[in-house]
Design a protein around this ligand. Structure first.
Ligand SMILES: [Zn+2]
Ligand SMILES: [Zn+2]
Length: 258
């Protein structure tokens, strides 16, 4: 199994150590784990100023050495709104991460979707503005995979889009070598489909998309690789399960054969 979207106590919204994840991973048969803690430069976010890269790498190197014969441990971050915090993003890209997830957490007057929901903003407007922001993020690029692409769904239980808009976004991702993440956190929020759902994956394929990364958006050891099989079952046809090592895409099947 694979989980390339894992938050540890280096993220403000998790208390789990890398050690706990590694032990759990070995117990349940995880082969690749990537610790992708939040890096936020949005002052509205609880995580602003929380992440410490030196502490992160010191713990990572310790578990990598300890578990090197048992699982592949990769370094990563989830960088929110890279197209807005360009200078900060560039500085993080120069650090030796294997994998960088890009995400959009805040839009419309710098609000989080939970706040939009409280204020009864209609999903059509929330989605429309969200996709505009995602397009800006993937156009700027510089990261390896786009996290939880239909993110409003996690809060609103649905997300609206037009096929033309999604084609533009996915074509830009293909052009900028950005993989698409299948994020399974929606399955733990009472939804029956992953993020993205099957329809969006079809549009991604039609736009020439191939690279898929898998992540549970894990915040505790019990959630590690949760929904793995659901996500895996969506990787069909031309889509390839992708792992990033030193920011280079490796297709899982080929990597395993090495
Ligand atoms: Zn996120
Ligand atoms: Zn996350």
């Amino acid at each position: 199994m694979i989980d390339l979207h894992v938050h540890t106590h280096h993220s403000c919204d998790s208390k789990t150590t890398m050690e706990e994840y590694c032990q759990k991973g070995i117990e349940i048969g995880v082969k690749y784990i990537c610790f992708t803690d939040h890096v936020d430069f949005n002052k509205a976010d609880d995580g602003y100023g929380y992440y410490d890269a030196d502490k992160y790498f010191s713990e990572l190197n310790r578990v990598k050495e300890k578990y090197e014969n048992h699982l592949h441990i990769l370094s990563g971050i989830e960088f929110a709104e890279p197209h807005i915090y360009k200078k900060e993003f560039d500085a993080f890209r120069r650090r030796p991460y294997d994998f960088i997830l890009g995400s959009v957490h805040y839009w419309i007057d710098n609000m989080f979707p939970g706040e939009m929901l409280k204020r009864n903003l209609p999903i059509a407007i929330v989605s429309e503005k969200y996709w505009e922001e995602v397009y800006k993020a993937v156009s700027y690029g510089g990261f390896d995979s786009m996290a939880h692409i239909d993110f409003p769904k996690r809060y609103y239980k649905k997300c609206t889009w037009s096929e033309a808009q999604m084609k533009d976004i996915f074509s830009m991702m293909v052009k900028n070598n950005i993989a698409l993440e299948i994020n399974t956190s929606s399955l733990r929020k009472g939804l029956t489909e992953c993020m993205p759902d099957k329809k969006l994956l079809e549009i991604y394929k039609d736009a020439g998309g191939v690279m898929i990364t898998q992540g549970a958006d894990t915040h505790s050891a019990e959630e590690l690789a949760a929904g793995y099989k659901d996500a895996r079952s969506l990787i069909s046809g031309k889509l390839k399960s992708t792992i990033f090592i030193e920011r280079q895409a490796k297709y899982e099947d080929e990597w395993n054969a090495l």
